[in-house]
Design a protein. Structure first.
Length: 263
């Protein structure tokens, strides 16, 4: 269910919930082996409820391979056909995508083709490299993100994880004393939300963690904006103060317009 209304437990026979790389529901198995299924976004009447059999943030080739090996089907969903994998090293324009779970990966723009094992080895190098940036300076992580975009698509899950690492790093350092840092945090969060909106639309723990991280920075930036507007209003009031004084001694003359004695 997508709200907090409580329903009684029911025992029945259900079909296996189908997989989707864009699931609209998630499940929780309790200690008594009962299961709670919750919608993560609005589900229209007649729509199929789906869950993800695998962690959401995994590369396409790994998801498809695990689905093939464990559940015996090739996933041909929109996400698995979405060109957000490795950039083609030949033409630098296209993206290499798999045709099936174990076959070669072809560029979307040129005739370049590579094996899935070559791609998986490349991804593994990047994944191992991420752990080296746990305590790096934010500027070092930002540099790494830009350099990785030469090989990885900007929406690749590894770029997403590195952006998450950068946000954690900045917030944990408590650098919330300047407008530049606050705007930097919120801008980074917006980029992260774009990926979350794509991969985990609706309610998710990932979205909740990011919202919690940017709660204080959002309030501090709003307070800065308010203080600056107050200062601007004070300046306007001070500049017009003398003008107001010139019209303090105004009186009406019978049969005439209002007249004022200037100070």
């Amino acid at each position: 269910v997508s709200n907090r209304k409580q329903y009684q437990k029911e025992i029945s026979l259900y079909s296996i919930i189908f997989h989707s790389c864009f699931p609209n529901a998630r499940y929780q198995v309790l200690a008594d082996h009962s299961m709670i299924l919750r919608a993560t976004q609005n589900v229209s009447k007649g729509d199929e409820l789906t869950i993800s059999y695998l962690p959401i943030y995994q590369p396409t080739f790994r998801r498809r391979m695990k689905l093939k090996n464990n559940w015996m089907f090739d996933c041909l969903c929109e996400r698995c056909r979405d060109p957000t994998g490795l950039n083609c090293k030949e033409c630098r324009k296209g993206t290499v995508l798999p045709k099936d779970s174990t076959g070669p990966m072809d560029c979307t723009d040129c005739n370049f083709s590579t094996s899935s094992s070559s791609v998986s080895n490349t991804i593994l190098v990047f994944e191992n490299n991420i752990e080296l940036f746990l305590d790096e300076e934010p500027s070092s992580i930002e540099f790494k993100i830009e350099s990785w975009k030469d090989v990885l698509h900007p929406n690749h899950y590894l770029i997403f994880l590195l952006q998450r690492r950068l946000l954690d790093n900045i917030v944990s350092r408590g650098s919330l004393d300047s407008r530049e840092n606050l705007e930097r945090i919120l801008s980074l969060a917006q980029n992260i939300f774009k990926v979350i909106d794509r991969l985990e639309p609706g309610m998710s723990s990932t979205r909740g963690r990011i919202l919690k991280q940017i709660h204080k920075p959002s309030l501090l930036l709003a307070q800065m904006d308010l203080n600056e507007e107050k200062d601007q209003l004070k300046g306007v009031h001070a500049s017009n103060k003398e003008h107001y004084k010139e019209h303090e001694d105004c009186r009406a003359v019978p049969g005439r317009l209002w007249t004022c004695r200037l100070q």
